[in-house]
Design a protein around this ligand. Structure first.
Ligand code: MN
Length: 717
């Protein structure tokens, strides 16, 4: 185990300004709070955070990260709290430790390997500070190194799978090549112990046979480069058992046929030297076709830059050679950490701007060559538009950010959404409109009696939830339109002395293009048809008895409506009109006899009649030549249509109360339209045939006296 002074010395060696006192205090605090807890290995628990801190010194990380590593398990596994950490080590460290703790909790919740991609995104989304992710990765490295101490094979396997599918790819994504290889190889040893053992024994057999083959190849490569005047450090190694295994799988070949199991690395001073070294190697040895890759001019999305080539090298061995400069080498091995060091100025944290390297990383990622890879890799702040939550069983559900428990419920299953009555978030009952956070565990409470609530539409964010809620509102609305339509029709039929039956409608369904009697009734309720049109179509003999608009079939409505207006112009005498000029009443203000009126002349359209207080008149204010002074001829004319706005309680029976009140006052509803509805109220527009303004005013007064009605006004636009 790394001792206290050794840890401090290591940090001081790369960062002389490190907060020595705080590191010492964190070391002591961790040993104290973990106390007598033990690891599976039998070691004291506190050896683990100390080793994790040690791993991170290799990446030359700042004091806050090292302290976070020392404290990373204290909130989760000891009595220490966030507040304790904040008080003793400051907000920055507390926030980082909290971040690592949250990541560890996620790990406990899910072991679904198929969700690896979502889990990787979740981890990235939660690591809003990349140091959280670095501590988590180092934690995983140490846990993998000590994995064999864990007794239960299933547990070892689960951890190894998770490492292979989540943590190794994450390490690669942020350019921590060495860490990625170690994680993969350790996981490989657990998941395919036999394969790894046989690869290792095969490797050592080859080593014995070939003598010091790697050493001889190294010597020759060094000599070749030196003779050409290229200053280089050359190293060689066998590939890891895991990468050999991958290659065997990919190429579907046995170990015997696998040639390049050795990789050599040439580290030179500058990028120009890289290309010189490449030239020397290619002219000394035959190149293996299709193996050359220039990641210097076209870096990998994670920022990796090197030249790769394959040659039939010394002793006719197929070898892989990587060529890079010293700086590129450190970036390749240490990932973001090395990048930080370089950008901070030769290893000293001169400007203390600790987040700069994060921006640098994003910069690298942004300039990645392949757009798909870019999307895939440019996370960090990139999944801010998503939120990842768990079901009680540990399934991970990805939702757009801002999603609520209702969205979650619909994402799980439509049925769950439709019957959702409440939600527990992390075990606590919370309002359904609560915005979910990354890592929340959400349990939906359902009831068979529940139906979607129209108010949900105001806060759900997923298309699925919105579509389901809307569909439900539509069917519910239709039921209410049907009730209303029925009430209107019953009254209209009775006025003519008939009983209303659905059966009686069957003969006219085709004319109105209504599939069923119910549809026709709903059309009347929604105001698409007037009751009179229906009555006079069912009983055509009424046509002659009734006035004007009777027996208008749906297909002819438009044309008829125009002629109706013309009829009305004859029936309703207005003084001041030019004889023979077409006129019609404005749809905005619905003038009635008794109203003060003016006409507006439009070329080709005749005169439009407005009430004098109509807002739409403003637009003609500067065209006095178009105004006509008009007044009603007091002669009693035919009925006119007035329009009212109502706000009424959303209760059973309210609509039939309204139709009753209007009928009692001798008004005839010609159109009714619900314009808005909430849980408590309907807003609607009703068109009523009345004699004049006074008649309409009487009806409005009668409606105002009705308890279920909140407000009634003459419609203005
Ligand atoms: Mn740990």
């Amino acid at each position: 185990m790394l001792r206290q002074f050794e840890l401090v010395e290591r940090v001081k060696s790369y960062d002389p300004t490190a907060d020595e006192d705080a590191i010492n205090r964190a070391y002591v605090f961790a040993t104290k709070v973990h106390g007598s807890q033990l690891r599976a290995s039998g070691d004291p628990y506190f050896s683990h955070p100390i080793e994790v801190a040690g791993i991170l010194t290799k990446y030359r990380l700042d004091s806050s990260t090292i302290i976070t590593a020392l404290l990373h398990d204290t909130i989760e596994d000891t009595p220490a709290t966030y507040e304790d950490i904040e008080r003793l080590f400051g907000t920055e460290v507390a926030r980082l430790v909290d971040g690592v703790t949250k990541l560890s909790r996620i790990e406990l919740q899910s072991d679904h390997a198929k969700q690896a991609e979502n889990l990787r995104k979740l981890v990235l989304a939660m690591s809003d500070d990349i140091r959280v992710l670095l501590v988590k990765l180092a934690d995983r490295v140490h846990n993998m190194r000590t994995l064999h101490y864990i007794q239960k094979p299933e547990k070892r396997r689960r951890i190894a799978l998770e490492t292979m599918e989540i943590y190794a790819p994450l390490a690669e994504r942020i350019g921590m090549q060495e860490m990625k290889m170690e994680l993969e190889d350790l996981a490989f040893g657990e998941l395919h112990a036999d394969a790894r053992a046989s690869i290792i024994s095969r490797l050592s057999f080859l080593r014995e046979q070939g003598g010091d083959l790697i050493g001889r190849i190294l010597d020759e490569l060094r000599r070749t480069l030196a003779e050409a005047g290229v200053k280089a450090t050359v190293s060689g190694r066998e590939k890891t058992p895991f990468s050999i295994w991958l290659k065997m799988q990919r190429k579907n070949v046995g170990f015997e046929q696998l040639s390049d199991i050795m990789a050599f690395r040439v580290v030179v001073e500058t990028v120009e030297d890289c290309y010189r070294a490449l030239g020397v190697i290619h002219s000394a040895y035959p190149m293996v076709p299709n193996r050359f890759k220039d990641y210097i001019s076209t870096p990998k999305p994670n920022g990796y830059r090197s030249l790769h080539t394959g040659v039939f090298g010394p002793e006719r061995q197929r070898i892989e050679v990587q060529i890079r400069s010293q700086e590129l080498h450190e970036v390749a091995e240490l990932g973001v950490a090395a990048h930080w060091k370089y950008k901070q100025g030769g290893g000293r944290m001169t400007d203390g701007r600790q987040y700069r390297w994060l921006r640098e990383l994003l910069d690298i990622l942004e300039h990645a060559s392949n757009p798909e890879e870019f999307l895939e890799h440019t996370k960090l702040e990139m999944f801010q538009d998503q939120v990842f939550c768990f079901t009680p069983k540990g399934d991970l559900i990805a939702l757009p950010s801002g999603a609520t428990p209702v969205d979650f419920a619909y994402a799980v299953h439509s049925q769950v959404g439709d019957t959702c009555v409440g939600a527990k978030i992390n075990g606590r009952i919370m309002p359904l409109r609560t915005r979910l956070q990354n890592g929340d565990q959400v349990e939906i409470v359902t009831s068979k009696a529940q139906t979607p609530n129209p108010t949900w539409e105001r806060f759900v964010v997923t298309g699925k939830a919105r579509a389901r809620v809307r569909r439900f509102i539509r069917t519910q609305q239709r039921a209410q339109y049907a009730d209303l339509g029925r009430a209107i029709l019953v009254r209209a039929f009775r006025q003519e002395g008939y009983d209303f039956t659905e059966k009686g409608l069957e003969g006219v369904l085709k004319i109105f293009k209504a599939p069923t009697a119910d549809d026709l009734i709903a059309m009347v309720g929604e105001g698409m048809l007037t009751a009179r049109e229906v009555v006079s179509t069912v009983y055509p003999e009424l046509k002659t008895a009734a006035q004007k608009t009777d027996n208008v079939v749906a297909l002819q409505r438009k044309a008829k409506a125009q002629s109706e207006r013309k009829d009305r112009s004859n029936a309703v005498p207005i003084k001041g009109l030019i004889p023979g000029m077409a006129m019609h009443f404005a749809g905005c203000c619905h003038p009635l006899p008794g109203d003060r009126i003016v006409g507006i002349v439009a070329t080709g359209k005749g005169v439009t009649i407005h009430t004098i207080d109509c807002e739409n008149l403003e637009q003609y204010a500067d065209q006095p030549e178009r105004w006509l002074d008009l007044s009603w001829d007091e002669a009693e004319g035919a009925s006119n249509v007035g329009r009212i706005d109502l706000v009424v309680a959303n209760e059973t029976g309210t609509l039939s109360t309204i139709t009753t009140v209007i009928a009692k006052n001798m008004g005839n509803i010609t159109n009714l339209k619900i314009t808005n509805r909430t849980l408590e109220f309907f807003e609607m527009i009703i068109d009523i045939e009345v004699r004049d303004v006074k008649h309409l005013t009487n009806i409005i007064a009668a409606l105002r006296a009705t308890p279920a009605i909140n407000s009634v006004d003459r419609a203005r636009n």
